[in-house]
Design a binder for this molecule. Sequence first.
Ligand SMILES: [Zn+2]
Length: 207
Amino acid sequence: MLGKTHMAVGVAATLALTNPTTITELVLGSGIGALGAVISDIDVGTSESHKEADKIIAIVTIILIAIGVLDHFWGLGIWNRMKSNRIIYQIVIAALVFIGICAYGKEQPHRSFMHSFLALGLLSAAMAVIYPVAVKYFAVGFLSHIALDIFNYKRVRLLYPMKKGVCFKLAHSNGMANDIAFITAVIVAILEVILVLWEKFGWLLRL
Ligand SMILES: [Zn+2]
């Protein structure tokens, strides 16, 4: 599947399964869910070019900046909560470990380590030190990516380092199934955002 489809499905799945009720949860769920949904494909194009991988890194950077900006201007308390009860160097080390795991995964064959339960476990553990609340959003986004890729034609090595992989050979990554998944996910994600905003601010319209 294409990056935009993974991102849309990741956000829709994360919001549907984690039921955000506050703006903070909505921002974190969408952002970290999207991050989890795109990070696996950092392993594409390891042979010829790193263009696709660079794109993923750029998307992740934009997501993190967006969360930071919204946190700052809307006073969501994400940064304050991240710092509380933890020593800053633990967060920095865990972030470096997270980046290190991704750097290793970037050099592995496509749909191997970065598409495995092992990577999910290691990255979630690092995320648990950086920001425990975000683990569930990350995990749902990550799993949504693997679930979509399984329908594809290239084997996904879920149990890396084992060599065996899974694929259902049902959909091409840029075919009609991709378009349908993308459009459905965008509609579902928008409806979920509206639902949270309605529960939060619906009373304003009734004034
Ligand atoms: Zn993938």
